[in-house]
Ligand binder design. Structure first.
Ligand code: 13P
Ligand code: SF4
Length: 438
C-alpha cells in the first residue's frame, strides 16, 4: 500500500519501522530546526545548493506549534479557518505535503494558483502554501487590499535563486553590445528575455521592461513562439533544462543554444557562438529534477514492461529524451486521470505529488523513478505548524489581536513591469484554472 504522506513515510523510515531510504534523515525533524540561522535551504533535494546572501529567513516558530501533534495542528487549522470563513483563502501547490494540502481551498500548479488568486478578490488574506516566487506572483495578481502570506519565509526556490537581477542585467548589457539594439527587416529585435515563472519578481519586471515575457512549464512552447515572432533570439532564464527541452522540441539545434555562465566574460562563450545563438540558456537547474537519470528509466522499463514514463521538463535533456512523455505537474496529473485502469506509470517529478497520485489512483501502479524519498527542500519548509501559526495570528489568538504575519509585498516600481510580463503570458496562452477543493 502506498503511504500518501511523504512526511509519514520519512518518519517511518527514520525510525526503522519501514523499508526504503531518504536522502536526508534530518527531514524527520521539524523544519523549525533549520530556521534559526542555519545557512542553506535545509534538508531535501536542494540541500547542496548555495543560498544567496540576503535570502529571506524565518524567525522562531512559537513552541506551541512545534510540539503539537499532527492531529492537534489539523484541528487548530480547521478551527481557525472556520472562524475566518471567507476572509481567508488557502492556496496549495501540488508539491506540498499532505498535512498542509488537506486544508487548501485551491490545489494546482504555479500558474493555476496565480489564477486562483484572482478568483477571490473578496478574501482579505491569501495564505500561499508554496514557495516565495509563487507568493510574489499572487501579490502581483491580487488587489492592493489583500495580504499574501507565506507561512515560512525560508520557503524559497533554489532554482529561482540561481538568477539574480544584477547578473541578468550584466548579461543583458553584454548581449546588447554583441547584438546591438536595431531590429531586423521584419521588425524583430535582436533578443527577447523570457523568464520561467520560477524567478523573482525583479526578473519578471526585467522582462516586462525589456519587451519580454514569463512562461510556465505548461506554456513554454507557446511563449517561445511568441518571443520568436518578436525577436531574432531569446535569453531564457533561470532553468536551462526547460529552455533546452522546449527549444529542442521546436527544432532549435543544440549548437545554437549556448549556456550563459554569469561568472565568465560573454557567459563563457565566443562571440561567434553568441552570434549563431537562437536561445541563450541561463545556467540554472532544479535540484529535485536533476536527480532523475536515464538509468532509472532503463530499470523501470526492465522491471515493468509496458510502463509509461512521464517526466517534468525541468529534467535534463537525456532524461526527457528517454521518457515516453514530458509535461508540467498538471499534465502528469491529467495523463494519469485519463489512462485506462491497470496502467503502470514511472514518474519523474517531486515525490509529494507522485505519492499522492499513487494513493488517489489505486486502479494504476504509479511510482517515482527515483526510489529514494527526497522532497523539494523548500516546499518542505511549509509544515502544518506554520500554517496553524499564521492562521491563528489572523484570528487573533497569537498576539491577542489579529495580526498579518509573513506578508509578501512586491514594491510598486517592480510590480508594474512584472505585471506587464505576466499579462503578456496570459494573452499568449492562458492555462487551465486550478481545481477548487473546498
Ligand atoms: P509547476 O509550474 O508545474 O507548478 O512547477 C513548479 C515547479 O516548481 C516545478 O518544480
Ligand atoms: Fe524550485 Fe525545484 Fe523546488 Fe520547484 S521543485 S520549487 S523548481 S527547487
Amino acid at each position: 500500500m502506498t503511504i500518501a504522506s511523504v512526511d509519514q513515510a520519512i518518519q517511518l523510515i527514520s525510525s526503522g519501522a519501514a523499508a526504503g531510504s531518504t536522502c536526508s534523515p534530518e527531514l524527520a525533524a521539524g523544519p523549525w530546526e533549520f530556521d534559526a540561522g542555519t545557512p542553506g535551504y535545509g534538508p531535501g533535494s536542494s540541500m547542496g545548493d548555495v543560498i544567496p546572501t540576503g535570502s529571506p529567513r524565518q524567525g522562531a516558530l512559537p513552541e506551541t506549534y512545534r510540539v503539537a501533534s499532527p492531529e492537534e495542528l489539523a484541528g487548530r487549522i480547521r478551527a481557525a479557518k472556520d472562524t475566518l470563513g471567507d476572509r481567508v483563502v488557502i492556496l496549495g501547490h501540488f508539491y506540498q505535503r499532505d498535512e498542509v494540502l488537506q486544508h487548501a481551498d485551491f490545489v494546482g500548479d504555479s500558474f493555476q494558483l496565480a489564477q486562483a488568486t484572482k478568483s477571490r478578490p473578496d478574501a482579505e488574506a491569501i495564505v500561499f502554501c508554496g514557495v516565495h516566487f509563487m507568493a510574489e506572483t499572487a501579490d502581483l495578481l491580487s488587489t492592493p487590499a489583500q495580504a499574501v502570506i507565506l507561512p515560512n519565509l525560508a520557503a524559497g526556490c533554489s532554482m529561482a535563486d540561481m538568477a539574480d537581477i544584477d547578473s541578468v542585467t550584466d548579461c543583458w548589457e553584454q548581449l546588447e553590445e554583441q547584438y546591438g539594439t536595431t531590429p531586423d527587416a521584419n521588425g524583430r529585435v535582436p533578443v527577447i528575455p523570457v523568464t520561467y515563472m520560477n524567478s523573482s519578481a525583479a526578473l519578471k519586471a526585467f522582462c516586462g521592461a525589456h519587451g519580454g515575457i514569463v512562461c510556465t512549464s505548461s506554456n513554454a512552447p507557446a511563449v517561445l513562439e511568441w518571443a520568436f515572432e518578436r525577436g531574432q533570439r531569446v535569453l531564457f532564464f533561470p532553468d536551462q533544462h526547460l529552455g533546452r527541452n522546449t527549444a529542442k522540441a521546436m527544432g532549435v539545434p543544440l549548437n545554437r543554444m549556448p549556456m550563459w555562465n554569469p561568472h565568465k566574460p560573454l557567459g563563457g562563450n565566443t562571440a561567434a557562438e553568441l552570434d549563431a545563438a537562437q536561445v541563450v540558456l541561463w545556467h540554472g537547474f532544479c535540484s529535485v529534477h536533476k536527480r532523475f537519470t536515464v538509468d532509472q528509466i532503463e530499470i523501470a522499463r526492465r522491471e515493468h514492461p509496458g510502463v509509461r514514463v512521464i517526466v517534468h521538463p525541468e529534467c535534463p535533456m537525456a532524461v526527457v529524451d528517454a521518457a515516453d512523455e514530458y509535461g508540467s505537474t498538471d499534465y502528469i496529473k491529467k495523463a494519469i486521470e485519463a489512462a485506462p485502469a491497470g496502467s503502470t506509470f514511472a514518474i519523474g517529478t517531486e515525490i509529494n505529488l507522485v505519492q499522492r497520485l499513487a494513493a488517489q489512483h489505486p486502479e494504476h501502479t504509479i511510482f517515482c523513478l527515483e526510489p529514494v524519498i527526497c522532497p523539494c527542500s523548500t516546499m518542505y519548509r511549509i509544515h502544518a505548524g506554520y500554517l496553524a501559526w499564521v492562521l491563528e495570528a489572523l484570528v487573533g489568538t497569537v498576539d491577542r489581536q489579529p495580526v498579518v504575519l509573513n506578508r509578501i509585498v512586491v514594491p510598486d516600481d517592480v510590480a508594474a513591469p512584472a505585471r506587464t510580463a505576466l499579462e503578456r503570458m496570459l494573452t499568449a496562452w492562458p492555462p487551465a484554472p486550478a481545481r477548487q477543493d473546498a
